[in-house]
Design a protein around this ligand. Structure first.
Ligand code: ADP
Length: 187
């Protein structure tokens, strides 16, 4: 299965993605996680990405697209993957289409986790206290939500038009949300 998981920051994508990938037996590919690993390792990619991430802005496509293209060619992603955090822009949708076309494959489903804004801000502020992520301060959180609304929310219409989109309510207990997603995927 080739699945894309979408949703605003704080909707619980990362949490759900880990559980779902395990259930489906596919790798969880999170661009946010890959960027954070590079930041932690002090790689040139990490140094470049950090400037944008700390401000709540998207990392430039020139950096992100190559990183994803490379990751998708690893052996473990040949038979499926759960992509989390990519694509985030219309240009990235086109890039992903071309990456998959090169491999002769295509997406099976796009799952959008929905969440209300007050709830996601509260969750992210709470995560800031627990994990201390550099991009979880209130101002940066608001900026990330703004950027999501402007640049990423429109992507769901594209996938809906292709008949790939499933919307799942991301509010409630983690297990409940996982159950809803698995039901929708027919797993
Ligand atoms: P969240 O979904 O909580 O906002 P992520 O962990 O998915 O966070 O991503 C954190 C940051 O990494 C984003 O705010 C952005 O700066 C960068 N990033 C992740 N994925 C992409 C992408 N596809 N394109 C550009 N930037 C990205």
């Amino acid at each position: 299965m080739r699945i894309l998981l979408m949703g605003p920051p704080g909707a619980g994508k990362g949490t759900q993605a880990v559980v779902l990938a395990e259930r489906l037996g596919v790798p969880h590919i999170s661009t946010g996680d890959i960027f954070r690993a590079n930041v932690a390792g002090g790689t040139p990619l990490g140094v470049e990405a950090k400037r944008y991430m700390d401000a709540g802005e998207y990392v430039p496509d020139s950096v992100t697209n190559n990183m994803v293209r490379d990751r998708l060619t690893h052996d473990d992603a040949r038979n499926g993957f759960l992509l989390d955090g990519y694509p985030r822009t219309l240009a990235q949708v086109g890039e992903l289409d071309s990456m998959l076309a090169d491999e002769g494959t295509a997406l099976d489903r796009v799952v959008e986790l929905t969440a209300d804004t007050d709830e996601v801000v509260a969750r992210l502020l709470n995560r800031a206290l627990e994990q201390g992520r550099a991009d979880d301060t209130e101002d940066v959180i608001r900026r990330r939500l703004e950027v999501y609304g402007e640049q990423t929310a429109p992507l769901t219409a594209v996938y809906a038009e292709r008949g790939l989109l499933t919307q799942v309510d991301g509010m409630g207990a983690v297990d409940e949300v996982t159950g809803r997603i698995l039901d929708e995927l027919g797993v």
